[in-house]
Design a protein. Structure first.
Length: 336
């Protein structure tokens, strides 16, 4: 199988490329990535010499570049490419609409024209919005509440419309909050771990009682692989970890793993505007198809903390680059 992966230099995409090359000796992977602030070629240093791997630096909104990456054909496209950080979508939403909606459209057109056999859109539980009680299954109404979530929902609706209108062989996965190695340190877990390694406080939005369902990146990648190989065209599959935790619980756990006193490091800061209080996924559909998460949360979190401790050479250059201006603006006052 020849797979075009978009956004393969980001967090989940790079873990997916590595895992697929390791698992399937007969697969080749073309990675198309724009290398935004979140894309880092170093995430895939270890596969660069593999003859089954090719990298194109390009934008998914650029139809010609997408056609060049497809070359004489691919069997499947897996679309990870997106603007992904909710806080950035609140301050600068435009790039989200462009990549997450228009970019998805450009890829769908390529799939349609080239008659590619599979298109898998990597989406998110955030499209369901705040889930007050119970859990959202795939038929749950879409009610996105941030520009990021709305742009992802817009992409999903384009994907489903192509199925109805053109019969395009599409599938969607909606994953929950993912953690593990190579995650850009703007997101909760790597931000807090790297702050604590540097003996800095951690900014908890509002009361910290918001709930997220945590999923290890390897489990997320295996879920996507499972849908790619066994899913039914036109269907949506939730991919959740089954580890609902409040942000304060996560924070306390990270402090314990890093041996820090909570009273000294936790800072409650202004809440995120429109902050979704709770996400919870019903994953019966994907469980029935044969996928289950395998990484125990406590172990996965401890291993992730250990990875960041052991890979300062990966995250220090990131935190001293573009990140510095973003961090100052986002967390003004935190260090006063
Ligand atoms: P990320 O921000 O770490 O990586 C995104 C990648 O996409 C980067 O390499 C970036 O350079 C690339 N990219 C951005 N715009 C592009 C464009 N116009 N053309 C080509 N490449 C572009 O993101 P991630 O956390 O790895 O998320 C990957 C996908 O999974 C996204 O679609 C996201 O919505 C979805 N998702 C993420 C999570 C999570 O918790 N991280 C959970 C569920 C779903
Ligand atoms: O649910 C899936 C989504 O998970 C993905 O679609 C997104 O791409 C990904 O970024 C993530 O979105 P969240 O907004 O849930 O992740 P983030 O790590 O930004 O925040 C997790 C929770 O922690 C959220 O309730 C906000 C809170 N938080 C986050 C940051 C960065 C804080 O309290 N303080 C912070 O500094």
């Amino acid at each position: 199988m020849k797979v075009l992966v978009t956004g393969g230099c980001g967090f989940i995409g790079s873990n997916f490329v590595r895992l697929m090359l390791r698992t399937h000796s007969d697969w080749s992977v073309v990675n198309l990535d724009k290398l935004t602030y979140a894309g880092n070629p170093a995430n895939l240093n270890d596969v660069e010499g593999d003859p089954r791997y090719r990298f194109y630096r390009a934008d998914i909104c650029d139809a010609q570049a997408v056609a060049a990456a497809i070359g004489d054909g691919v069997d499947a496209i897996v679309n990870f490419a997106a603007e992904t950080h909710v806080d950035r979508s609140i301050s600068e939403p435009e790039a989200f609409l462009r990549t997450d909606i228009l970019g998805t459209h450009v890829l769908l057109e390529a799939v349609r024209e080239r008659r590619i056999q599979r298109f898998l859109q990597v989406s998110t539980d955030e499209v369901y919005g705040h889930v007050a009680e119970g859990s959202s299954d795939e038929a749950f109404p879409l009610a996105p509440r941030s520009p990021y979530a709305a742009s992802k929902a817009g992409g999903d609706l384009q994907v489903l419309a192509y199925r109805v209108t053109y019969g395009t062989p599409v599938m969607i996965t909606r994953g929950s909050n993912t953690y593990g190695p190579y995650q850009y340190p703007e997101k909760l877990i790597p931000l807090f771990v790297t702050n604590l390694i540097d003996d800095q406080p951690v900014p908890v939005y509002g009361d910290g009682m918001q709930v997220r369902d945590w999923l290890h990146v390897d489990d997320h990648c295996r879920g996507i692989e499972h849908v790619l190989l066994h899913g039914t065209p036109g269907e949506v599959y939730n991919v959740g970890g089954g580890n609902g935790r409040t942000n304060l619980e996560i924070t306390q756990r990270l402090l314990a793993l890093l041996g820090k006193d909570p009273a000294r490091y936790i800072r409650h800061v202004d809440d995120r505007p429109g902050h979704d209080r709770r996400y919870a996924l019903d994953c019966v559909k994907l469980h029935t198809l044969g996928w289950r998460p395998t990484v125990a949360f406590e172990e996965g979190l401890a291993a992730t903390v250990a990875w960041y401790r052991e890979h300062e050479s990966w995250w220090r250059p990131i935190r001293s680059g573009e990140f510095t201006a973003y961090y100052r603006a986002q967390y003004a006052g935190l260090h006063e």
